[in-house]
Design a protein around this ligand. Sequence first.
Ligand code: GCW
Length: 731
Amino acid sequence: MQIKHFFRPITFIVYFFALTLTASLSWAQFYFAGEDGYRLWLKYDELQDQTRKKHYQKQLQSVLVEGQSPTSEVIRQELSYALRGLLGKALPNKTSIANHQLIVGTPQNSSLIAELQLAELADLGKEGYLIRKQKVRGKTVTVIAANTDIGALYGTFHFLRLLQTQQSIDQVSIVSAPKMDLRVLNHWDNLDRHVERGYAGQSIWDWHKLPDYQEQRYYDYARANASIGINGTVLNNVNADPLILTPQYLEKAAALADIFRPYGIKVYLSVKFSSPQLIGGLKTSDPLNPEVQRWWQEKAKEIYSIIPDFGGFLVKANSEGQPGPGDFGRSHAEGANMLADALASHGGVVMWRAFVYANEKNEERSKQAYSEFKPLDGQFRNNVLVQVKNGPIDFQPREPFSPLFGAMPKTPLMMEFQITLEYLGFSTHAVYLGTLFKEVLDSDTYAKGAGSSVAKVIDGSLFNNNISGIAGVANIGTDRNWTGHIILQSNWYVFGRLAWDHQLSAREIADEWVRMTLSNDAEVVATVTDMMMDSREITVNYMTPLGLHHIMDEGHHYGPGPWIKDLGRDDWTSVYYHRASPSGIGFDRSPSGVNAVEQYFPPVRDLYASPETIPEEFLLWFHHVSWDYKTRSGRTLWDELVHRYYQGAADVTAMKNTWNSLQGKIDPYQFRQVQMALGIQEKEAYWWRNACVLYFQSFSKKPIPTGLEKPQGTLEEYMKLKFPHAPGQGK
Ligand code: GCW
């Protein structure tokens, strides 16, 4: 549509004049036509490979979607929309049963599927599905079968993915069921539409116009989530506004829940622990007070009366100024259990965050969540999940896994990943998080000996928990492309795919995403996938190599700020974390220091305890070493650090050039979006490099290793930069 617009005479004349007037600018700068990213990975453009297309067409001449439920209707619509797009052909409306080539349904809604007596369904639960070539009344057809309509919807999206990625469907035989129960997005969205740590526009929830005005975007959000198996959404920020629990807002949340229901997505809300006082007129919010308990029970009843499948509450308590049970001398378990009791009879859960650190505790920040929560293991109700950030500090470009994973066998621990790039360059860096997520999920906790991966802790299989879950802090906003630029859509995508199956590799998910979003062309797929796979390590190198962490600018967290000191609390500053001095750099969390390693199981504990045995990427996280310390490359620590900063920045330039080589091979608008982002990323990578190297040099007093250029700019210049209006700040 936009291409047509470009050729309208008036548009053309305007472009022509603009072009002659600014002859020095390249043509590309006026070429805005193309794919704007709104359709995400559900593009369904007509397949270019004619042989494949014909092959699919022959096998999909008629499709039968069984069932009358809203979900069956969604399946019907999605299939007909997708097949019309991919195959360039509308499906016939009606054909006789005998002629169907694809049948979608459940044993309950389809006598054809019931007749097949598919034994595998017994193991597929409420959300799993099978896709198989199968004889149905003597004819070979493709069957997508599940125990529920939602399972059939997931199966349908999987089937469409096969077509979108141009795989053979001749011998298709797939059974799939999610490894985790709750696969949830956390929106840090405020009711005024500001998104905390959001870099892609405003909140997509237009609270003011809800419940009556229902944006098309809500439906497309639901489709996108269902296509990757996400089955829950927490609508509002964990720094919660108590108004969310007032009737006015509950009605709005209910409207969204109604839209999402057919897509298998439950709505959850973040709640403020002091709500009984703030909106309930009570004098206390003490969880052991019967009036407070009654208030929450009534509130739960009220919610379920308008959202019958409401998922439950997410709570940030006694953390960064939020109220909590600690205000009344009660434990996190007592607080969580009170809410859990209110929700239990309705089938709701409490997701209680373990992101806590308090000044008064006088304990090193990385150790506090463990110290506070581990003793509570076994005290939580069985509808409570404790939600733990992937690392012990806060979503840094690289962190070791949180030692809580494996340490609370009697409590289901939910993973909290951050999909939005708060600490990895906001929305203009191209960082694929698949590799970060996998690194954490595959880490071995050794909680029950070798093979006790973080993934097995959170999917409940290691300790046989009754419920399991994973949450991702969303990177979604009102930007036309949802996430700031196209590549960052892949982070939403990979979160969902790994939540469904953490055994998939980051590379295969990237490959799949590229095919669905950018192109099936082999060169594009290989080039972009490689780029994505390297992107996170590159970012670690130019931001926080060798285990450095939390050295960004304060408040907004945009750009480098290793010099940040003297804030309200030490553990909000950078100098607290890097501890650079004339003698060396790094945080001694080994037994000779604050002994954070003691929170890990052996052999991790022992491996991390010594600079000689620790994986080098965590060196400065756990150790303070001298500038002359010999790293594994043979270089001194100083030289290695500088080399990594330089390598990281140079790799962004290389990444930009690689992307540029794809011009003409992918959609021009997609191309341009990422090209612009990479331009910004390149500038910022050099900014990080120069600022950090100059700053650390003021301690090491050592020269830039030979062969490397001098950093541009001066430390003073970098330190003066201020960004009062950087987006996404907490307020
Ligand atoms: O990462 C920090 C963020 C805060 C956030 C907090 C949390 C929602 O800077 O903006 O607050 O973590 O996870 O609670």
